[in-house]
Each structure stands twice: as structure tokens, then as C-alpha cells.
Design a protein around this ligand. Sequence first.
Ligand code: 4AD
Length: 434
Amino acid sequence: MTSMSTKTDIRGVSAHVGETVRIGCWVNNKRSSGKIQFLQLRDGTGYIQGVVVKSEVSEEIWNDAKSLTQESSLYVTGIIREEPRSKSGYEMTVTGIEVLHITEDYPITPKEHGVDFLMDHRHLWLRSTKQRAVMIVRAQIVRAVREFFDTRGFTLMDPPILTPSSAEGTTELFHIKYFDEDAYLTQSGQLYMEAAAMALGKVYSFGPTFRAEKSKTRRHLIEFWMIEPEMAFVDLEESLEIQEQFVSHVVQSVLTNCKAELETLERDVTKLEQITGSFPRITYDEAIEFLNNNGFEVPWGEDFGAPHETAIANHYDKPVFITHYPAEIKAFYMKPDPNRPEVVLCADMIAPEGYGEIIGGSQRIDDPQLMEERFAEHNLTSDAYKWYMDLRKYGSVPHSGFGLGLERTVAWICGLDHVRETIPFPRMLYRLYP
Ligand code: 4AD
């Protein structure tokens, strides 16, 4: 280290060409040609190669460089040079090394590891180039989500995590004790967001939700993050237009801001570039007809599974809305179609390329009497729903909302087979560690 060095991070080296800088970092990889050691360094913000030339450094520095192993930590000092042949465009001529910690036997080596091994070492796996890229895309998606709603008159409101009732069916609830009462981890903030929309008009929430689903699929997490906008005086058709604009904005924002990460992930960006404008729509009835003409046998009234969704999605280059599902297979709060009460004013958005449903939404029942009837039919008679009825008793209005699953959206945009890589520490059936 010299007193003339400026502390920077790897992302910032372009502003220091020709200068001596000091960077806190880890060794990603290392190779040596005898008289030169090449240190592949990472600090979370980027990667840079540090070149240690034996004839130009002291024996101590040379030996320190030699002692560095994969994932050892250090402060490195050196002169930044432009280097067109390197991926980052820069290289460092190392002039000083302060070893912080020498790592021994780092478990994740460049060789292939099985998924279970990697999941057990998730706390270390996050350091790898690909996982870092996924996390950066996830953060950009979060930024784009907030940007979209914050600039369109929506107010962010946070529904509670601990709730006395269920929003999406009672079979998938995480039960906990709340002093002497029973409580559940939230499955969806929707019911509270309806109250919020009656107070502030256009609102959205963005937070963790929990489903004790015994599903072990590549699309299911036990803990996942959901964005739930709710809008007063908005019908299903208007909600679908907002959803198209929203999803297009998120995809385009990632394309603009995460070029390097999408390249690391080897994502075919030509597929994502098509995500603009309006999205195709088919009704549940049309979907049934399509499936039954294409090798499936799905009776009217049955819900779709992943293979059905994929068959439908493969027909389009953009996300597709499936609308007007039978009331019986959808949530109690969805408004029946006035022209055909056996179906509801709802839509699921299915991502292209087989990534499955990313949005579920609907227009909500606003008629107090019908709401009472639905509560009775669904056995939701507990006092925990009394407040929700008040929303229909006092100034009820047409309103709609939807929920976008963050992790499924990350999986789609990053082109990942499984949602387990889309969240820093996934909670899945049989996985609560690390
Ligand atoms: O379709 P869902 O269950 O809708 C709701 O919860 C509504 N209350 C939303 C609303 O209208 N405010 O879930 C919405 C989305 C799904 O489309 C999916 O993207 C995601 O949440 N999702 C899951 N993601 C990961 N793991 C799971 N187990 C998920 N369950 C739902």
C-alpha cells in the first residue's frame, strides 16, 4: 500500500486509469506463468485481473501473491491500465498486497457440483458469477417495479405479515401462535390492499408471502415475494392494460440496464425484446378448446397445470392472458361475469417459453349481498372477515387488482429452469437451510 493510492471498487476503476488504487477483494481464480501471476479478483461490483510481475515487485509481495488461494481476501494496490483484451476493459499492475485471510479448501471449485451440494452451500454459491448476475437482475426488476408504480400515481402500502385470516384458501396456511390467538403468515396482502385502495385510490404492496404448499415443482417456493397493485374504479379490461405496460416496462428496463448480466446468463435477449405493446388474450373456454385439439383431454371446469400452460404459452412470443375461468376453481372474491355468472372476471398471465403463470388477478366483487353469499359458500364466517365486508358496506366501488410473483418473473427474464436460484436463500419443501 502506498499513501498515494485512492480506495475504489472494481466498478469504479475506469475513472482511475493511470492511477494507483486500493481495492478490497477476493481471489476468484489464479494462474501463473512462472514469472507472472494473474489474479482474477472480484469485489461484488465487478471483476478485474491483477498482474503481479516477479521482476517488478518485492519478494514479499511475490510470495504473498503466491499464498493466495481461491476466495482468499485481500486489499490489493496497483496501477489501473486499459486492456482491450480483458472482458472488463481494464487490468491492474499490482504493486502491493495486504493479505486479510487465506482460505483453505474452498468447497465450491470450478468443477461441476450437484444441485443439493450447491443448495447446502448457498451462502457461498452466491459468490459465483452466475448467481451474482441473477441477484443483480432481481434487484433491477425490483427497481423497475417501484419505478413503474411510483411514477403512475400509485402509493406503496404495506399489508401485515401476521394475519388472523386467509386470503387465498385455507389449505396452504402457515399457522402460528399469536399469544392466545391463532394467526397465519400472509398468503397475499390483497384483502388489506382492497381497504388501502378504498382509502388512497391506486396502491401497491411489495413484500414476502408464504404458502405451506406441498408442491415440489420448479415454480413453487414456500416463501416468495409478490407485487400486489389494487385499483379503485378500474375494471378487468383496464387492469389488463396496466399489466401489459407493467411487465413490458420491467423487461425493457432489465434489457437496458443489465446487458452484461444477461450475457453472463446466456439469455436469448431477442426473445425478451419482443415484450412490448399489447399481449394476446384467450378465454378459459378457448384455452380448453385449444388444449383438446392439441393432444390433451381437459374437461370444462378443471384447472390447468404446468404442461397445459406451457402448451398454450408456446403458441405465442409474448405473455398470454387466460381470462374468464370458471368461478368454482377461483378465489371467493372474484366478480362473476354479469353476462355469464358461472365464469369470473379474472386473468392469469402466462409467461412465454414455458416459465408458467407470473400474474394472477381479477376484478373484485363489489356487491355486498353477493359478497355475503360467497363468504357463506366458502365457510368464511369468522369475525376475522368482518372488516372486509365493511369495504362493501361503505362506498363500495368497482375495483381490480393483481399479484405478480417476483421469483417466477426473475426465472423467466434470466432464463432459469428453477425458481430456487432467483432468491438469495430459497425456502422450499424440505429446505430451510442455510
Ligand atoms: O395467483 P395467486 O395465488 O394470486 C394471489 O395471491 C392474489 N391475491 C393476487 C392479487 O390479485 N392481489 O398468486 C399470484 C402470483 C402467481 O401468478 C405467481 O407468480 C406467484 O404469485 N406465486 C408463487 N410464486 C412462487 N411460489 C409459489 N408457491 C407461488 N404461488 C404464487
